[in-house]
Design a protein around this ligand. Structure first.
Ligand code: WT7
Length: 566
């Protein structure tokens, strides 16, 4: 029997107080996510239960009980306090998926800090754009990533502590300290910060269509949504061994790779290694993974390897599969039925929503290719893209609107209330995606309603890429768009007009690609650069990415009456 039972019945009289009661939370109480994920499980009799199984590419393995988690997160929280860090300080996690990433995330929350996770493959410029505006006070990192921080720290006056978890005492520079968790004396008791519902918890940077990335700020009360959706959608049950293959640099890796599952007292397994089909299957087989939360790009890569590879492993432990981040095509759902005897359940949400908002539930019939239906307590609709009034018409495509007020909704964009406010129109939070609803109430994703590029489930902002391109000596003008890709759905393509004296060609193309990769990240690196004489612009001088994109996708070009050079 699934946790949700009947979706239809759960909709009747749904109230978030149901989740509050399960967590013994009453309005006005202290609510600290770090405590809920560790101490509370110990109080519930799970102290000796395995909480965390960790393995890296080399096959090194570690396991932690909930009591280990409690003590280690205490140890980190108290270390941060001793460093002089205070509640409300932004503390960044710039780590591979090492145990310290997970433990420090919870340790930061326990001392009242705001955890700011960033993808460890980010280059110095991507890092700078997220640490500077956030006024980040401290950053956890590894020896292998410290050079990128050294490059930018002189222009980050707020960054007081660079905490290297595997540091070499001989090689420390200014502001750097070593924190070796294994040798730090354990702290049994720690006064957890008495955060309440609206106390900030996590700051997740996300890219949009214009400007630099924005920091979506979440609060401790988000737990109410994350706990219940992990229970009802991921269907986590006491004996499960759960694997979320997302990196906590993105919201999936925190909401459902840390908070939701551990607040449910579930055993989580983490693989600190990139994608490799056989390695992944071996991991599932070895740890007897039962519930797996993955993403369409990974599923398409697994599909490419075919059923023969699947049959080499015993994957019979799997009982429930979910997916997030990009449209899950019907073909992938059918293939997973064939390969694993289970359908991937698509889930739709965003950094800003903090938890799943439209999803497929265990027991509810899946329509392959559909994102499913709104989570109980989430009021969703399709809005007319011009008037932002609900369309209320079966099959009409418009933009997804959500009625504000669910617990895990972001509370602001860090220092950017203006852009935050602009996301709310006519009382709806406007997601920036287009979709339609069918006669049975299922949602069908159509595409983004802006220029943001979704590559392998990761949003990349065209503006960030264009800014990086312009820093290259040869580039006079640039535009970045997503171009279709069989595996990643989209990859970045850049259009570049060169300054006089530079010659277009494969050498320069490669040089510019690497330039962007190093500054931003491998994800933001253009996979193709098209050299052009000039870029199409509106009369007011804005580059018309829409036109370039339509050409690339072979779509109708639409209204170009504002084109400057027509
Ligand atoms: C954007 C949000 C939420 C975790 C990962 C992404 C796209 C997300 C789906 C889905 C089609 C999806 C949307 C959304 N997206 N899930 N199931 N089907 N598209 O978080 O980085 O904030 O990206 O990802 O465009 O707005 P994010």
């Amino acid at each position: 029997m699934s946790n949700i039972g009947s979706y239809g019945e759960r909709l009747n009289d749904f109230d978030w107080s149901l989740s509050e009661q399960e967590l013994d939370y009453n309005k006005g109480d202290v609510i600290n996510i770090g405590w809920y994920c560790t101490d509370r499980n110990c109080e519930q009799g799970l102290a000796e239960k395995t909480a965390f199984i960790w393995e890296n590419a080399a096959g090194d393995e570690r396991t932690y009980t909930f009591d280990d988690m409690r003590v280690l997160t205490n140890t980190i929280a108290s270390y941060l306090k001793e460093l002089g860090l205070e509640p409300g300080d932004r503390i960044c996690l710039f780590l591979d998926r090492v145990p310290e990433l997970y433990l420090s995330f919870l340790g930061i929350l326990k001392m009242g800090g705001i955890a700011q996770p960033l993808f460890s493959a980010f280059g110095d410029e991507s890092l700078h754009q997220r640490l500077g505006p956030a006024g980040t006070s401290a950053i956890f990192t590894q020896r292998k990533h410290v050079a990128k921080i050294r490059k930018i720290r002189d222009s980050l006056p707020d960054l007081k502590h660079i905490i290297v978890v595997d540091g070499d005492p001989e090689k420390l520079r200014e502001r750097e300290v070593i924190f070796d968790l294994d040798s730090t004396p354990r702290v049994e008791e720690f006064d957890v910060h008495p955060s309440t519902a609206e106390t900030p918890s996590v700051l997740h940077y996300t890219s949009g269509t214009t400007g630099q990335p924005k920091g979506a700020l979440h609060v401790h009360y988000s737990l109410i949504s994350q706990y219940l959706s992990a229970r009802w959608v991921l269907d986590l049950q006491p004996d499960d061994i759960y694997w979320c293959n997302a990196d906590p640099g993105w919201v999936t890796g925190t909401s459902y790779g840390i908070i939701g599952p551990w607040a449910n007292g579930i055993t989580q397994a983490v693989l600190d290694s990139g994608f490799q089909t056989e390695r992944w299957y071996k991991f599932i087989e070895k740890h007897r993974i039962t519930v797996w939360y993955s993403a369409p790009t990974a599923i398409r890569l697994l599909m490419r390897e075919g059923l023969d590879t699947v049959s080499k492993f015993d994957l019979s432990s799997l009982r429930h599969l979910c997916s997030v981040g990009e449209p899950l095509n019907a073909e992938a759902v059918h293939w997973s039925m064939e390969a694993y005897g289970l359908a991937f359940h698509d889930t739709y949400w965003q950094t800003e929503t903090g938890s799943m908002v439209i999803t497929n539930y265990p027991g509810m019939p899946i329509k392959a290719g559909s994102m499913g239906k709104p989570f109980p307590g989430i009021e969703a609709t399709i809005l007319d893209p011009d008037t932002f009034e609900p369309l209320n018409e079966t099959g009409s495509v418009g933009v997804i609107g959500l009625k504000p007020g669910w617990p895990s909704m972001f509370r602001t964009y860090w220092n950017n209330q203006e852009v935050y406010d602009s996301k709310f129109i006519n009382g709806w939070y406007v997601c920036g995606d287009r979709a339609s609803i069918d006669a049975d109430g299922y949602y069908w994703f159509q595409g983004r309603d802006d220029d943001t590029i979704n590559t392998g489930g990761h949003l990349v902002g065209p503006f960030e890429i264009e800014s990086a391109l312009l820093e290259h000596d040869s580039v006079a003008e640039s535009a970045a768009i997503g171009k279709p890709d069989e595996v990643n759905m989209e990859v970045v393509k850049a259009f570049v007009a060169l300054k006089p004296g530079f010659e277009a060609g494969p050498d320069l193309e490669l040089e510019i690609m690497n330039f962007v990769r190093k500054r931003l990240s491998p994800l933001a690196m253009p996979q193709e650069i098209e050299f052009v004489d000039s870029l199409p612009k509106t009369r007011s001088g804005k580059i018309m990415r829409r036109l370039l994109r339509a050409q690339e996708w072979g779509e109708p070009i639409g209204d170009i009456s504002s084109l400057e050079n027509d």
